[in-house]
Design a protein around this ligand. Structure first.
Ligand SMILES: Nc1ncnc2c1ncn2[C@@H]1O[C@H](COP(=O)(O)OP(=O)(O)OP(=O)(O)O)[C@@H](O)[C@H]1O
Ligand SMILES: [Mg+2]
Length: 1109
């Protein structure tokens, strides 16, 4: 079940009453009884409204676990049973959420559990506030400051094994989110007299014992210490060890805590050195030595100890020794040095030890503050925790007790003020009429002590500052005079005669009726302690120390800063710091923890009535309850009240829909509670008498039982019904499934039978139809066949008839023709001549020829010599004529065609004809040349400026000019050359420069050779013995081979009248200078591409690969 949904209340499972305000009847006995009852049941916390009373259980209870922290976290104050965590939670939440600074005031006598309570509050706040590395470090430092301060400031006393011997107020600072930022600790008046002397059964401050038992050997040796407590005068022996306290372990804890708080190792070492020095100071002893002037003078007995101290804190031995023997008094620029006697030397020694220790303690607090102070300057929320020494009444009470009790008196005063104020404010806030409350106001006692003119502290100061002889007795006398009339002051010697015979009041004492009881103070030491003087020689000696910590503890020893003004007295300082504290507390929202000690024996389970009664009285707890109850004993906001009691009224149960206040009104009216018993505040209901509340509680309890029965009844009914309904539903489901199954089965059976029957019927029907269809089909087929046969017969008969008819018609026609012929011949026989037949024949032939020519004339083909058409031959006997006519016609049209040619064109055709004669059907390259006209001068030598030089060199007319490749015999590669043919010679010139490379007269040429293939390679042979023959034949290649060779041939013929030999062969010899090389043409493989390639095979063979056609 979720925790938040459970609405609990303080009133649940109460042992006695959790809130004393509800106590009925309210009397001291019942109050104590309630406390006892709760204490016996381990309920150590009880409320008075918002004040927590805490009984010291003297044993650890399992009520501070992390689970408990969670339980109380974010719960309302009255929701759970009383606990210190509830108060801490309330304070923390109103600090965080309502931005109200808080202070937690923990009061109670020594050993009542204040320090423990303050630690519990701190640890609770640490557990519930924010988390994170930085925040955790701050928390840890704040928490770890406790063991350090406790080691140095706490001691075992008769009342408490861990009694705080200083007052402590710690401000914990938070940011706006409620995360801790840091803290500031203020300390009040350390009981330093304990350093040099402890009452019987008590111990010095813990740190001395911790150091001696816990420090490792080498450390002790360094500090010149011995482990044995008995070696040290300042350590009382009778209770050097405390039951259940492990000093050695605590020493480690303290050192660890110092490290966490931020002490450097050398700082810790310095602190321990000072502690050792204080301890060893107690071992210095003095002996008297008579001086010449008759005065006694003290001398240090054992200089060894002094030497060790001096080494420890770095002072020259002579300086310290002198400071213990002399005292310098300065008055009006005069210095007077007096010797100290033994008693004075001891006094000086103890004063030094006390001062050294108390200054060290203050330094520690400052050092811790430095570490834990908040790092930001932003506004902080503050929670102050005050753990101050409790009210003390000893057998022998001195100045310290007076001061401590004064402080407690002040705290009580603000407690009264603030509780009443809070109560009054709540009434005003809630709009309820304020009723006056009678209570004891201790302002009068505070006034007795702190009044500036005639208060006890003021008078003590006056006495201390007064010139002349001053003693504790003169101080008492003064008190007797001035305070005699005060109703809380009692003294044997006062003017108030009623104490003259009071033997409980010794002569050197005065008694004050504190709010917590009467305390008898012995005046001895008051003046001295108030003065708190340390001889200047000692402070100066300390200032000279090379030990930096010791030096810093005595700034007043600096001779350059001598202050002749007396330092403020201890009483004055304390009063001032208490005033500051009070002012500070008044600005904050107070939360009270009132600690009570159940017995004097530090024992568990013992509840000493008288002791508790005494504390209850002086803590004013009854008054507290009365104040709280004066108007209304119980108050609660409307919502939880309605929530708790709504079952008591029909209208509000189980739900009230309107505002809570109206719900409560309806509820109370319905319950017929008398109107004067309660009052409606703005947000709370106020109940005057606890009886009313208990009445409500009883009714609620009764009603809860009824409701429980009802719920049980309804639940049982609901359970049975649900079970029944479930069974019913299950049964219906099962039945449905079964029925479905059975029906399914039946259906399937019927279905298969139906199918069988159906199939039989269908079969039968089908067969019947099939039979009918077959019969019909047979009938149709028969009809068709019959019809076919019939039509066939008809048709054949008709055909026969038609044929017969046709035959007859033909026979008739033939017969008719024959008959006609016969008739004509018979009729015309007499007209025929003998040669008429021949004439008719000739005439007929003539007519036919006539018709043939006329037709031929009309069907004549075109005049193009390449037109191959010719009309068809009409009669076989004209075959020869027809062919001859065709030939004649073709020759005739060719002639006609030739007759159109000019001379020039004729020459071109001549040339082409010549080429055709030479190459047609001999060289495969020839057909491709037929369509190309022979241009001759392809390079236009005379017009092209590039060949200007060449053109001037060649005077004759250029017949052919083209680029050819001259084949190099060495590698078969071609080099481009200009090929020029003129009337008498042919030339080869460089293609680029136009320089003539060879010039051969045509008469020197014998032949030209080439292959029968598609390539353009050709050789031009030179006549042997001519000048050109020296260079050898030319192997050239050109795409225009046909034209070049034709032109060469014709030009040669026309100029020399001799034919050069044209040789077409796939293998021929070429004369290169001396050698004859064979040029062989082969069909090339496709890789050679489409161009013929020449390649040298060996010295005598050039192979030309010609691509296959
Ligand atoms: N809530 C608690 N649970 C268990 N033990 C407790 C509790 N409160 C106090 N004690 C015991 O009581 C002892 C005395 O308590 P504490 O030191 O807090 O007293 P004090 O009121 O601070 O006294 P003093 O005024 O002398 O400092 C503790 O050492 C511890 O043993
Ligand atoms: Mg304490």
């Amino acid at each position: 079940m979720s925790k938040m949904e459970v609405k609990t209340s303080l009133l649940d499972n109460m042992i006695g009453v959790g809130d004393m305000v509800l106590l009925e009847p309210l009397a001291e006995e019942s109050f104590l009884e309630n406390l006892k009852k709760r204490f016996d049941h381990n309920e150590i916390y009880t409320y008075i409204g918002s004040v927590v009373i805490s009984m010291n259980p003297y044993r650890s209870l399992p009520i501070y676990s992390p689970e408990k922290v969670e339980e109380y976290r974010n719960r309302n104050f009255y929701e759970l049973s009383p606990h210190i965590f509830a108060l801490a939670d309330e304070a923390y939440r109103s600090l965080r959420d309502q931005d109200k600074d808080q202070c937690i005031l923990i009061t109670g006598e020594s050993g009542a559990g204040k320090t423990e309570a303050s630690k519990l509050v701190m640890s609770y706040v640490a557990a519930v506030c924010g988390k994170g590395a930085e925040v955790n470090q701050v928390k840890e430092q704040l928490l770890q400051s406790n063991p350090v301060l406790e080691a140095f400031g706490n001691a075992k006393t008769m009342r408490n094994d861990n009694s705080s011997r200083f007052g402590k107020y710690m401000d914990i600072e938070f940011d706006f989110k409620g995360d801790p930022l840091g803290g500031v600790i203020s300390n009040y008046l350390l009981e330093k007299s304990r350093v040099v002397k402890q009452p019987r059964g008590e111990r010095n401050f813990h740190i001395f014992y911790q150091l001696l038992s816990g420090a490792p050997d080498d450390m002790l040796k360094k500090l010149n210490l011995e482990r044995d407590f008995s070696k040290y005068n300042y350590l009382s022996l009778d209770s050097a060890t405390v039951n259940g306290v492990d000093d050695a372990a605590n020493f480690r804890t303290v050192r660890n805590a110092m490290q966490i708080v931020g002490f450097m190792d050398d700082e810790t070492q310095s602190v321990l050195e000072v502690v050792s020095a204080v301890l060893k100071l107690g071992n210095i002893e003095f002996k008297p030595e008579s001086r010449v002037n008759g005065l006694d003078e003290s001398r240090v007995k054992d200089k060894n100890e002094l030497k060790e101290i001096c080494e420890l804190i770095g002072i020259e031995q002579a300086v310290l020794e002198r400071a213990f023997s002399f005292r310098t008094v300065e008055a009006k620029q005069e210095k007077v040095s007096t010797t100290l006697n033994v008693a004075q030397a001891y006094y000086a020694r103890d004063a030094l030890a006390k001062n050294l220790y108390s200054r060290l303690f203050s330094w520690l607090v400052n050092r811790i503050n430095e570490s834990i102070k908040a790092q930001t300057k932003t506004r902080k929320k503050v929670m102050g925790v005050l753990d101050i020494y409790g009210f003390e009444i000893f057998e022998d009470n001195s100045f310290e007790q007076f001061i401590i009790n004064y402080c407690n008196e002040k705290l009580q005063q603000i407690f009264i003020e603030l509780t009443l104020r809070e109560e009054q404010e709540e009434y005003i806030r809630e709009g309820i009429e304020w009723t006056h409350i009678d209570y004891f106001n201790n302002a009068i006692i505070c006034d007795l002590i702190e009044n500036n003119t005639n208060g006890i502290l003021a008078m003590l100061d006056e006495e201390c500052l007064r010139p002349g002889t001053v003693s504790d007795e003169t101080f008492l006398e003064k008190l007797n005079q001035i305070c005699a009339g005060h109703e809380h002051f009692e003294s044997r010697m006062s003017k108030n005669s009623k104490f003259l015979n009071d033997h409980t009041l010794p002569h050197n004492c005065f008694r004050i009726q504190h709010y917590a009881g009467k305390v008898l103070y012995r005046v001895e030491g008051f003046v001295d302690k108030n003065n708190d003087l340390l001889y200047r020689d000692l402070s100066q000696a300390m200032w000279k120390a090379s030990h930096s910590l010791v030096k810093s503890l005595f700034p007043d020893g600096n001779p350059t800063k001598i202050n002749l003004k007396r330092p403020p007295t201890a009483g004055f300082q304390f009063k001032a710091s208490v005033a500051t504290l009070m002012k500070n507390l008044l600005t904050k929202n107070p939360n009270y923890i009132r600690c009570i000690k159940p017995n004097d024996k530090k024992a568990t389970h013992i509840f000493t009535d008288s002791l508790v009664c005494h504390q209850v009285r002086y803590l004013g707890l009854m008054e507290n309850v009365r104040v709280r109850r004066a108007g209304y004993a119980f108050r609660q906001t409307y919502e939880p009240c309605l929530e708790r009691y709504k079952m008591l009224c029909k209208q509000t149960w189980p739900h009230w829909r309107g505002p809570a206040r109206e719900g409560v009104e309806v509820l109370l009216k319905d319950l017929q509670i008398p109107r004067e018993e309660y009052s409606y505040g703005r947000s709370k209901i106020f109940i005057r008498n606890p009886r009313t509340l208990f009445h409500l509680e009883d009714q609620r309890k009764q009603r809860l039982q009824d409701l429980a029965t009802l719920i049980q009844k309804i639940y049982r009914g609901w359970k049975c019904r649900t079970r029944f309904l479930l069974m019913k539903r299950s049964q219906v489901t099962v039945a449905a499934w079964y029925r479905r199954y059975a029906q399914q089965k039946k259906y399937q059976r019927i279905k298969s039978s139906a199918i069988v029957v159906q199939s039989y019927i269908r079969g039968w029907k089908s067969r019947k139809i099939l039979r009918e269809l077959k019969y019909q089909k047979r009938c149709t087929e028969a009809v068709t066949t019959i019809a076919a046969y019939w039509h066939g017969t008809q048709a054949r008969r008709e055909l026969k008839r038609l044929k017969e008819e046709a035959r007859r018609k033909h026979a008739v026609a033939v017969i008719w023709a024959y008959w006609l012929g016969l008739k004509v011949r018979r009729d015309y026989r007499k007209f025929f001549r003998a040669n008429a037949g021949k004439k008719i024949y000739e005439f007929t032939i003539q007519r036919i020829m006539q018709k043939y020519f006329l037709e031929l004339k009309n069907k004549m083909p075109s005049m193009s010599p390449i037109d191959k058409t010719w009309p068809a031959r009409p009669y076989l006997f004209l075959e020869a004529t027809h062919t001859e006519l065709r030939r004649i016609f073709h020759l005739w049209r060719c002639k006609k065609y030739r007759d159109q040619f000019t001379e020039q064109k004729k020459a071109i055709y001549d040339e082409k004809l010549e080429a055709s004669e030479m190459f047609k059907d001999k060289k495969a390259l020839y057909p491709s040349s037929v369509g190309q006209p022979f241009q001759g001068d392809y390079l236009e030598i005379s017009k092209n400026p590039k060949y200007q030089k060449l053109s001037t060199l060649v005077e004759e007319k250029i017949i052919l000019a083209d680029i050819v490749n001259k084949i190099n015999r060495a590698n078969g590669k071609g080099a481009p050359r200009i090929f020029l043919l003129t009337k008498n010679s042919f030339l080869l010139a460089d293609q680029k420069s136009g320089q003539i490379k060879s010039s051969v007269p045509l008469s020197d040429l014998t032949s030209a050779s080439m292959s029968a293939q598609t390539d353009g390679f050709f050789a031009v042979r030179v006549k042997e013995g001519t000048p050109a023959a020296a260079k050898g034949d030319f192997l050239l290649s050109s795409d225009r081979l046909i034209e070049i060779v034709t032109k060469l041939y014709r030009t040669c013929l026309s100029s020399t009248k001799e034919k050069i030999n044209i040789e077409i062969s796939d293998e021929f010899l070429v004369q290169f200078k001396q050698d004859k090389v064979c040029v062989k043409f082969v069909q090339g493989s496709p890789k050679n591409g489409s161009v013929a390639a020449c390649k040298r095979k060996n010295n005598r063979l050039l192979e030309v690969a010609v691509p296959s056609p």
